[in-house]
Design a binder for this molecule. Structure first.
Ligand code: C2E
Ligand code: MG
Ligand code: MG
Length: 745
């Protein structure tokens, strides 16, 4: 909390201070007080409008004051003139004139009271009456903002006491001394004041400087609680150690002559933290030396708690309890500023998006989606250090900020892997077990951007690439930025690609390793873009999934592949056909029905139709997928698990599901002749597949060494550039005719 020097106020202290200046200074009437009264001028005028009536009714109801008034009336005054006079006084008073000229008028009023023999106690008590009237009304007046009530009451009472003391001074000057009745009146007033102050939630005190002699401590406080050491601030020893230093600083500055305001915490008797605000007002003598310190302690726990609650609400994501977008951006900006001051310092920003989360929401409902988000958040939170910020940015998007790292690139890599590890275990909710992956994009300050916005959008682009490639996490690469912008334009064109007949299928041959014969083809989708030429499926299928057009595309792919197969059969080529089905389509309740109708309407269904589904898709919601796969199986459709080895399969599920084929992911196959680890993985998958009775296909066979090794390991089928790249419908038959691999009989 910072301390602040308050502005000095409206009455300048030049030369010997006038009585008016002394009164204004003593009461600490500030420009803020005047501004506050002025702000509520209208309301105060209304509140005060019925005061003259109430006031005179009261005075006429009490015999001694009624006597004074009647004398006055007898001397020629009228009730109306009395009321008017009172009214005028209130408007003058609301005009906020605290000038010496105005003070003169008030001294004059006191002199008149003396001349009319109005004993000053009645004047003092009338002021008390007026203070009470105004202050009571303000306590719950709807036109006065709750925060302003206390300061407004404070300001009003200061102004009224100013007037009172000047009137009183005028009286005393005229009388040449303090009359006896006045002494009594002062006693009454002091009792009132003591009572008033004791009931305020403030501690006031005043000490002499430099001796620290206690001059005043507001009633209800024990003078022994004033620390007599360096700082004679009441209850100083109760202040929490961390905050004492702030208050000592403020004290030292106040002793130099600047008003200070500082906040600190104390522990109450029950051990709870309470917040207090300390106001320190130094008072100078006529030579400018600080000779006294006036102080005030105010309990501001309620205000702080409300502010903390508001702060919490404004910065927390309610579903997960994590930081929200606002707080994440704040922390990011702070981390970037800190890094700017420390050359060579870096900040890593990660954007994480869950894969196919929308499916969970769409198929299982939002409560299940919310539960998954909550579980994911808790897992990630445990993984990260306290210094890191994990935030939910919105939907299934999370952000991570790493600011306190030595080797930021390595740290970011490790954290990305650790966070992805949180998605290894299934999420469970309402009896469903779901495997859900995630993709992370990383951007580093200052390498990838100078400010939070550009870093976030770059981490986003990297995340998008990671999602497309299924690579888990990716760092931003400036070369991909341009591609990302193109993606946006592409998505609009992709919507029209189907109608415009721009999609086409290529067919990649598969060879039976046991007899080196062609045993089938996999249909692979391409988009022949009018400007960009042939676009690979990895470049547009994630986009198609995002914009919700994967269902019609899949329908087109299956129908088209079957038509092609029928045309080949007419030419005597009977080839089993594999078609890829994306996660979104497997969840589509209409899938089984389409496949059924396409097969029945196709003149010549292929000898073996196999649907390839990626490993994580199948393991996503095993219970639901089980029914779909069983129904497909009943139609005579075979099921292949694609890209096997990249996901997280449960052996129990592999055994339970109606699976025919495992396709080993090409990332293990391509280099297996050079990389022993890959070879071990491929061998294990072949053994596992055979033990479970599956046909095992290796994709990504790029050379003869791999081919030979697969043969040795007993793999069943091979697919890859070593055999052939994917071919168009028309080039397949000539390829078969000249290839060393004959068609399986
Ligand atoms: P996939 O089903 O695993 O297909 C194999 C991919 O490996 C194909 O990429 C193929 O061209 C490529 N490939 C084949 N042999 C080799 C090789 O020796 N070395 C290397 N490095 N790559 C090889 P493509 O055609 O780009 O397809 C990529 C992915 O797009 C497919 O992976 C599949 O998941 C998806 N896909 C393709 N067509 C469709 C479709 O009609 N529907 C759906 N849902 N997904 C499709
Ligand atoms: Mg495939
Ligand atoms: Mg594959």
């Amino acid at each position: 909390m910072h301390s602040q020097t308050l502005e000095s106020d409206a009455v300048p202290t030049i030369g010997f201070p006038s009585i008016n200046q002394q009164v204004v200074e003593f009461l600490q009437i500030t420009g803020n007080d005047l501004a506050l009264i002025e702000r509520y001028g209208q309301t105060l005028r209304q509140i005060a409008s019925d005061f003259p009536d109430i006031f005179f009714n009261y005075l006429f109801g009490y015999p001694p004051t009624a006597g004074i008034l009647n004398d006055w009336l007898n001397q020629g005054a009228s009730i109306t003139s009395l009321l008017k006079q009172q009214d005028r006084y209130i408007s003058q008073w609301l005009a906020l004139d605290i000038s010496n000229h105005n003070a003169e008028k008030l001294l004059q009023v006191g002199r008149k009271h003396h001349g009319r023999r109005i004993d000053p106690q009645w004047v003092i008590l009338s002021y008390q009456f007026q203070v009470k009237h105004l202050i009571n009304i303000i306590t719950d007046h709807p036109a006065v903002a709750a925060n302003d009530r206390r300061p407004l009451q404070d300001a009003l009472s200061k102004l009224l006491f100013r007037d009172l003391s000047l009137v009183f001074e005028g009286y005393c000057r005229a009388a040449g001394g303090i009359p006896r009745q006045l002494e009594q009146g002062m006693d009454t007033l002091q009792a009132h004041m003591t009572n008033l102050i004791a009931n305020l939630p403030y501690v006031f005190w005043s000490v002499e400087l430099p001796g620290h002699k206690l001059l005043y401590l507001s009633p209800g406080n024990d003078p022994r609680d004033v620390c007599e050491a360096n700082l004679p601030i009441p209850l100083f020893n109760d202040i929490i150690n961390d905050d004492q230093i702030k208050i000592i600083n403020a004290w030292e500055q106040a002793v130099q002559g600047g008003k200070q305001q500082v906040e600190g915490r104390v522990l109450d008797d029950a051990g709870n933290i309470r917040w207090q605000r300390y106001l320190l007002t130094p008072c100078r003598n006529i030579y400018g030396t600080v000779i006294r310190m006036d102080g005030c302690i105010e309990d501001i726990t309620d205000v702080r708690e409300t502010m903390d609650r508001l702060q919490h609400l404004a910065t927390t994501d309610m579903l997960t309890g994590l930081a929200n977008r606002t707080l994440w951006y704040d922390r990011m900006n702070m981390a970037i500023h800190a890094a700017q001051r420390r050359p060579g310092h870096r900040v890593a920003i990660m954007m994480l998006d869950m894969n196919h989360f929308k499916l969970i929401n769409d198929t299982m409902g939002h409560p299940v989606g919310d539960a998954v988000l909550h579980q994911a958040a808790q897992r990630m939170k445990i993984m990260l250090r306290d210094a890191d910020t994990l935030a939910r940015i919105g939907g299934d998007e999370f952000g991570v900020l790493l600011s306190d790292t030595d080797d930021t690139w390595t740290a970011a890599k490790q954290v990305a892997k650790k966070v992805l590890g949180c998605f290894n275990e299934p999420f469970s909710c309402k009896g469903h077990e779901m495997y859900l992956g995630a993709s992370i994009g990383v951007a580093i300050y200052p390498d990838h951007g100078q400010d939070a916005d550009s870093l976030v959008s770059r981490a986003d682009i990297a995340m998008y690439r990671a999602k497309q490639r299924g690579s888990g996490y990716m760092f931003y690469n400036p070369g991909t930025d341009i591609n990302a912008i193109k993606q946006l334009q592409l998505s609009n064109q992709l919507r029209q690609a189907l109608q415009r007949n721009e999609l086409e299928l290529h067919y990649q041959p598969k060879i039976d390793l046991h007899n080196a014969r062609l045993c089938g083809v996999e249909a692979l989708l391409r988009w022949r873009h009018p400007q960009h030429g042939l676009i690979e499926p990895d470049q547009f299928i994630p986009l198609a999934e995002q914009i919700g057009i994967m269902a019609p595309i899949t329908e087109w792919v299956i129908g088209n592949a079957l038509d092609t197969s029928a045309r080949w059969q007419q030419q005597g080529v009977h080839l089993p056909l594999a078609v890829n089905v994306s996660a979104l389509c497997l969840q589509n309740p209409a899938l089984v029905q389409w496949v059924k109708s396409v097969i029945t309407s196709s003149g010549a269904p292929p000898p073996g139709l196999e649907l390839e589904i990626t490993e994580n898709t199948v393991m996503g919601d095993v219970d639901q997928n089980f029914d779909v796969l069983m129904s497909l199986n009943e139609l005579g459709v075979r099921i292949a698990i694609d890209d096997f080895g990249t996901g997280y399969s449960s052996l129990a599920y592999l055994k339970r599901l109606p699976i025919n084929t495992l396709k080993i992911d090409k990332s293990f196959v391509m280099d297996m002749a050079l990389d022993d680890n890959d070879a071990v993985i491929v061998r294990s998958i072949i053994e596992l597949g055979h033990n479970l009775g599956f046909n095992v296909v290796a994709e990504g066979v790029e050379n003869a060494d791999v081919w030979d090794l697969l043969n040795i390991l007993g793999c069943d089928e091979a697919q890859g550039f070593h055999i052939s790249p994917p071919l168009t419908e028309t080039s397949l038959l000539p390829w078969i005719a000249q290839s060393p691999w004959r068609l399986n009989a």
